[in-house]
Design a protein around this ligand. Structure first.
Ligand code: ADP
Length: 368
């Protein structure tokens, strides 16, 4: 018996209500085997409603296979009611703060933030804080040109955009200003975005971090308690050290990595297939050597365009769950340029499903 065998056993357990297993969900942080004891470390909030259910499923599976072993659990994820953020008045009613990070610029971090936040905003109170001081892009992605107002207590009011509360360096400065800002000033401004913005009640505040995983990023987020972090990367960078570096950075903050989004990872054609009588088709088609499922006419033909290790292999090797592989799609870039998040306009698409999938995982990891 070894760790890998146990992991493959646990891989057969689906997260309650989902078709995805608890390992790829990132629920199992680690496990140790010693003296007839298997200790499973779970990355879940203590008040997650599925916690007991998941423990039972794991216990049953392990008891069946290892009769002589005791199974116990440790919950790793700290409850978010953490002192640091609670000390900041403006964040008192913010349930979770989630950072979105990337090793370098242009990989789709803002696109991911805006689309993930938009999907979640249909059901939850969501805020976005764009901390990308040298290249704020929220204004363009959300198509809002307003300047924030102050309330009677001299607090900045976030701008309502597509039903979300948003704030960005770009809202309060003209374009030339940020280039002359230096470290301490950036740090002070960032602090004000947490302390001087009237965020009110939010289920999740997303932080769109500046690209990079160095000291600047670390300083930006160390004053507040993050519930988790999502890393955005492209297939080429996934294989480089980016994800490892980001994990190290969040490790320093004891922040759990919720997973990696591999963006621009392939090319996908999605649509509906009808037969000659105009009925939606079910079944499979084979193109060259690969089969594609057709369910109620819906098919996604994905074509890998980058050679090398796929996201799934790399995320396994790095022990960080792969949240999704988002294809390259010109409409996604156009939506950002036009100021309306893609997912709000294109509901029945493969890319919508990808973001929806990420949002489901985020919600269950946060226990919302
Ligand atoms: P970052 O925040 O990492 O700098 P952005 O989200 O601004 O990256 O994306 C960089 C550019 O790539 C933008 O023009 C954006 O519209 C485009 N883009 C992002 N993801 C995709 C995608 N999956 N398909 C096509 N274009 C994309």
């Amino acid at each position: 018996m070894d760790k890998d065998t146990i992991i493959s056993l646990l891989k057969q357990i689906n997260y309650p209500g989902y078709s995805r297993d608890i390992i790829s969900f990132g629920i199992v942080q680690d496990l140790t085997i010693s003296n007839k004891q298997i200790l499973v470390k779970l990355n879940l909030q203590k008040d997650n409603k599925d916690l007991e259910n998941i423990k039972n499923l794991i216990r049953n599976s392990l008891n069946k296979n290892y009769q002589n072993f005791d199974v116990s659990f440790e919950i790793i994820s700290s409850d978010k009611a953490n002192s640091k953020s609670a000390e900041i008045n403006a964040l008192k009613k913010v349930k979770h703060i989630v950072a979105i990070a990337s090793g370098k610029g242009g990989v789709g971090k803002s696109t991911t933030t805006v689309n993930l936040a938009s999907i979640l905003s249909r059901k939850y109170n969501i805020g976005i804080l764009d901390l990308d001081i040298y290249g704020p892009s929220l204004q363009m992605a959300l198509g809002c040109n307003k300047k924030p107002l102050m309330n009677s207590e001299n607090m900045l009011l976030p701008i309502d955009s597509h039903g979300m509360k948003t704030m960005s360096f770009g809202f309060i400065n003209d374009e030339s200003a940020p280039t002359i800002w230096r470290g301490p000033m950036v740090s002070r401004m960032t602090e004000q975005f947490f302390t001087q913005v009237d965020w009110g009640e939010l289920d999740i505040l997303f932080l769109d971090l500046p690209p990079g995983t160095g000291d600047i990023q670390l300083t930006l987020v160390q004053k507040i308690a993050l519930s988790g972090a999502i890393i955005v990367t492209t297939p080429q960078d996934l294989a480089l050290l980016d994800v490892k570096k980001a994990s190290d950075m969040f490790g320093k903050l004891s922040t759990p990595i919720m997973g990696v989004v591999e963006n621009m990872s392939n090319f996908a054609i999605d649509g509906k297939i009808y037969d000659e009588n105009n009925n939606l088709v079910n079944g499979k088609i084979k193109i060259n050597d690969k089969f594609y499922k057709i369910i109620d006419g819906k098919v996604v033909i994905d074509i890998d365009i980058f050679k090398g290790k796929g996201g799934i292999d790399e995320s396994k090797r790095l022990n960080v769950p792969l949240l999704s592989r988002i294809p390259i799609k010109s409409e996604l870039a156009e939506a950002t340029d036009n100021g309306t998040p893609y997912v709000l306009m294109h509901k029945n698409t493969h890319i919508y499903d990808c973001y929806k999938n990420i949002s489901n995982i985020v919600i269950s990891q946060l226990g919302l």
